[in-house]
Design a protein around this ligand. Structure first.
Ligand code: PXL
Length: 276
């Protein structure tokens, strides 16, 4: 069975990070091995939360994994708490990333053109370093702009009019390297639709779904988990992205109709069978 290390936090409420990755990767027939970065009572979008940062425990945790000689077919990283934590994750990659490992980095930093309050310049620089050693990255439009030094507002304006895809694809293409072979720009909104732009060495593909309501907690984590599980199993990138988009579309539609609070995440559980 393929084994995937997921570097992310465990949030009791919010259906995001590890509580999103675990069921998705399991349904996809892969073993999800959490490397927990923090334990939270609930994700940070709620008015208040308890957070136990796990950074200081990571070295001991990883020492045991090294003793066991464990190998991973895939590594997926998401939200990071601090630059110090990012440095430990880089050390984890130094020890566990091999030429046979697929490293998927969700370069979480920003949304709607705004860098998250908890992300300072040093942490954003660390995320950019992680992105450079990844094989696959899944930035949203704000994160793509940061990684490319592009103007988010101009880019988002062209997208709103539904004609910005070639511009986005050109930016993503410039990021491709010997290591980085796939960029998926997620959540590009235009009218009542939302698209993902997939850019590989072979070319670009736009996958579009219907948009329901605003943004919900955890959708990026569900997306990156589906993508990672499928790619590690050998599915081609376009099929993997289409599967992820359809799964998210169904989960978000159900949540929208049920009036689910955005902080509680989406009702993905009834749609896991789409991934079987
Ligand atoms: O997936 C988003 C996410 C993950 N982890 C934590 C968060 C959030 C979103 O706000 O707060 C702790």
């Amino acid at each position: 069975m393929k084994r995937i290390a997921v570097v992310n936090d465990l949030s009791g409420l919010g259906r995001c990070s590890l509580t999103a990755a675990l069921p998705v990767l399991s349904v996809l027939g892969t073993e999800c091995c959490p490397l927990p970065t923090a334990i939270l009572s609930n994700q940070t979008g709620y008015d208040s939360f308890f957070c136990d940062d796990f950074t200081d425990r990571l070295d001991d945790y990883l020492a045991e994994w090294q003793k066991l000689g464990v190998r991973f077919d895939g590594i997926l990283t998401g939200y990071l708490a601090s630059e110090a934590q990012a440095k430990r994750i880089e050390a984890f990659l130094d020890a566990f990333q091999t030429p046979d490992t697929l490293f998927v980095c969700d370069p979480v930093m920003a949304d709607d053109g705004r860098v998250y309050d908890t992300y300072d310049e040093a942490l954003c620089a660390a995320v950019a370093r992680l992105s450079k050693r990844a094989n696959v990255i899944t930035p949203n439009l704000s994160e793509l702009s940061l990684l490319c030094g592009a103007d988010y507002h101009a880019l988002s304006e062209t997208c709103t009019q539904g004609k910005g895809f070639s511009e986005i694809a050109a930016l993503a293409k410039a990021l491709l390297s010997e290591t980085l072979h796939t960029v998926v720009i997620t959540g590009v909104r235009h009218g009542d639709e939302i698209s993902c732009v997939l850019v590989t060495r072979e070319g670009e593909t736009v996958v579009t779904g219907k948009r329901f309501g605003g943004s919900y907690s955890g959708t990026g984590d569900l997306f990156s988990a589906v993508l990672t599980g499928e790619l590690v199993r050998g599915t081609n990138a376009e099929t993997a992205v289409r599967k992820a988009v359809r799964f998210l579309e169904a989960s978000i539609e159900e949540s929208y109709r049920a009036g689910t609070n955005r902080n509680d995440g989406v009702n993905f559980q009834n749609h896991l069978e789409m991934l079987l």
